[in-house]
Ligand binder design. Structure first.
Ligand SMILES: NC(=O)c1ccc[n+]([C@@H]2O[C@H](COP(=O)([O-])OP(=O)(O)OC[C@H]3O[C@@H](n4cnc5c(N)ncnc54)[C@H](OP(=O)(O)O)[C@@H]3O)[C@@H](O)[C@H]2O)c1
Length: 240
């Protein structure tokens, strides 16, 4: 059974991706810090087809050993979905240096390290799928999200060069850029700001985590065998 590692799978988009991967028949290694009732119910429903691996990505130095453990316990992964991230907001002039450093560490350094170490098994298998979760904010910009936006643009840049590097080994690397989704990350957005985001969409709707998870499902599938180095935007037309 193909193994897919999904980071930040305890809630929000990552949880929806884990659920979709299970429906698609993969074995899921769900990574995060805190078990949730929703993830627990997936563990109950799917038994051995899903495992929770606790890890805090603020510990970048431990990612190598963590990746080695994952491969030992679950085998070389077919897919890696780099989804875990934080969305700390604030205008740059007053954003604390430690918040800036944390955004860079969790959103960039950690997925780069995890990819580096899980890629080894994919190179040995001569196949694999890597999906990096970015955001439409990487290309549109959003007041108060300059550092977050920079990390999300970095993710898309990482995708492009890595796709070139590993293409010969039949490994695809793609970016998913979702529009605004109602998750814990965006729960602080005021009603009127949410309304203005909703108004930007031609359909007047926000992206759902399920919509975004369907795109991940496609990128992991055989049908996407020749799709690499690109960004798929799922945003209900907000950036059209
Ligand atoms: N929500 C949006 O509007 C939106 C739009 C575009 C793109 N995105 C992107 O979509 C992805 C998922 O976002 P979301 O909205 O689902 O966010 P969320 O609801 O806040 O969930 C974030 C996930 O990341 C994990 N995580 C955060 N810090 C971690 C750490 N230090 N170590 C390990 N895991 C950590 C969390 O797990 P634990 O708390 O259990 O550790 C959680 O599962 C992110 O890459 C985000 O940038 C979101």
């Amino acid at each position: 059974m193909k193994v897919v590692v999904v980071t930040g799978a305890t809630r929000g988009l990552g949880l929806a991706i884990a659920r979709q991967c299970l429906a698609d028949g993969y074995k899921v290694v769900a990574v995060g810090r805190t078990m949730t009732a929703q993830l627990d119910s997936l563990l109950e429903q799917y038994g051995e087809r899903i495992a929770f691996e606790r890890y805090d990505f603020s510990d970048c130095a431990g990612i190598h050993s963590f990746a080695v453990e994952i491969v030992k316990r679950h085998g070389r992964p077919w897919g890696l979905v780099n989804n875990a991230a934080i969305g700390t907001d604030g205008v740059l002039a007053t954003l604390h240096e430690k918040d800036i450093a944390r955004l860079i560490k969790i959103n960039i350094e950690a997925p780069v390290f995890l990819t580096k170490y899980l890629l080894r098994g994919m190179l040995l298998n001569r196949c694999g799928r890597i999906i990096n979760i970015s955001s439409i904010v990487a290309s549109t910009g959003f007041n108060g999200l300059s550092v977050y936006g920079a990390t999300k643009a970095a993710v898309a840049g990482f995708t492009k060069s890595l796709a070139r590097e590993v293409g010969k080994a039949n490994i695809t690397v793609n970016t998913l850029a979702p529009g605004f989704m109602e998750t814990d990350m965006t729960s602080k957005l005021q009603d009127e700001k949410l309304e203005s985001i909703r108004r930007r969409s031609p359909s007047g709707q926000l992206t759902s985590v399920e919509d975004a998870a369907h795109a991940v499902s496609y990128l992991l599938s055989d049908n996407a065998e020749h799709v690499t180095g690109t960004t798929i935007t799922v945003d209900y037309g907000a950036t059209a």
